[in-house]
Ligand binder design. Structure first.
Ligand code: NAD
Ligand code: UDP
Length: 308
């Protein structure tokens, strides 16, 4: 199978490259290296089954492949809010360009959507039929509304042009290869703990998230791509819910750090609770996460120890 991964040099994309190459596929990684890194894909450079192309997905592209995973988009609030208009362009034009290519060459295309389509949810846990609570004009909207519009485009291309689509809504995922300056909570806390710096909990730390280890997430995406008769959207994430303060304490314990936990302002529109209802993923993909938080954190800590 020839597989294109947009955003293939990023955190999730590079793990997806690894797994698809291991499975014997020919992989093309398309990335503008905004938040991705050449180091993430270095090890495949001399592999004839791998090709990396530097390209921005807001501009159309032409390739011959069987499947497209559309991951190109910064995912950390720090990076997607740095240039919000670019973020919307990446989500929306990136979706159109992936869908146009799929339509032309008859390839199946999977969209990496997000739990952020639910915004600051008033329904808990979030199931796929919940329509969300997004502040349309807030600082997170460039990402949330961009991803919502991308889902709309996927379903319109499916209805109008019979494009073979898959949509997964990914909940907070962490693991090795998150960038040191990524800004998301798991990497921030681990790096702060390993450097003996203060652990910065935003707000009172009672907001919740459900953290999925990267290997589990990649498995769910590949299953979704290859499952017949299911187009989604499907939630993929870990359903064990933790407060941010619980996470901070766990990281301090697991790293034996002397870091102090401090409290800083909560960012605007920060969702207060988040946990996927995974019923559909279990039923349609026979998928559920296997790696629990302590185990995943230990592996991620080991990785950051080696990097720092
Ligand atoms: P990441 O920032 O590590 O990876 C994104 C990749 O896309 C990077 O390699 C970046 O350089 C590339 N990119 C960004 N803009 C681009 C553009 N205009 N053209 C070409 N390439 C571009 O983030 P990630 O965590 O690996 O996330 C990957 C995808 O999964 C994103 O679409 C994100 O929205 C989605 N997602 C991730 C999570 C998570 O917790 N990791 C949760 C929900 C959704
Ligand atoms: N957070 C925090 N300290 C940090 C980074 C993040 O307390 O150094 C909080 C953030 O306010 C949010 C949660 O951790 O409540 C998850 O943030 P992240 O940026 O990882 O992802 P989000 O789920 O908000 O997109």
């Amino acid at each position: 199978m020839r597989v294109l991964i947009t955003g293939g040099a990023g955190f999730l994309g590079s793990h997806l490259c690894d797994r698809l190459i291991e499975q014997g596929n020919k992989v093309i990684c398309l990335d503008n290296f905004y938040t991705g890194s050449k180091q993430n894909i270095d090890k495949h450079n001399s592999n004839p089954n791998f090709e990396a192309i530097c390209h921005d997905v807001v501009d159309p592209y032409n390739l011959e492949v069987d499947q497209i995973y559309n991951l190109a988009c910064p995912a950390s609030p720090v990076h997607y809010q740095y240039d919000p208009i670019k973020t919307i362009r990446t989500s929306v034009l990136g979706a159109i360009n992936a869908l146009e290519l799929s339509r032309r060459i008859d390839a199946r295309v999977l969209q990496a959507s997000t739990s952020e389509v639910y915004g600051d949810p008033e329904v808990h846990p979030q199931s796929e039929d919940y329509r969300g609570n997004v502040n349309i004009i807030g600082p997170r909207a460039c990402y949330d509304e961009g991803k919502r519009c991308a889902e709309t485009l996927f379903f319109d291309y499916h209805r109008k042009n019979k494009v073979d689509i898959r949509v997964v809504r990914i909940f907070n995922t962490y693991g090795p290869r998150m960038m040191i300056d990524d800004g998301r909570v798991v990497s921030n806390f681990i790096i702060q703990a390993l450097r003996g710096k203060n652990i910065t909990v935003y707000g009172d730390g009672n907001q919740t998230r459900s953290f999925c280890y990267v290997d589990d997430l990649i498995e769910s995406m590949i299953r979704m791509m290859n499952q017949e008769g299911v187009i989604g959207p499907i939630n993929t994430g870990n359903h064990h819910e933790f407060t941010v303060l619980q996470l901070a304490k766990k990281v301090v314990d697991l790293t034996n750090s002397k870091s102090k936990i401090i409290f800083e302002d909560l960012p605007v529109d920060d969702p207060m609770q988040r946990k996927p209802d995974n019923t559909l993923a279990l039923k349609a993909l026979n998928w559920e996460p296997r790696v629990q938080l302590d185990e995943g954190l230990k592996k991620t800590i080991q990785y950051f120890e080696s990097v720092l």
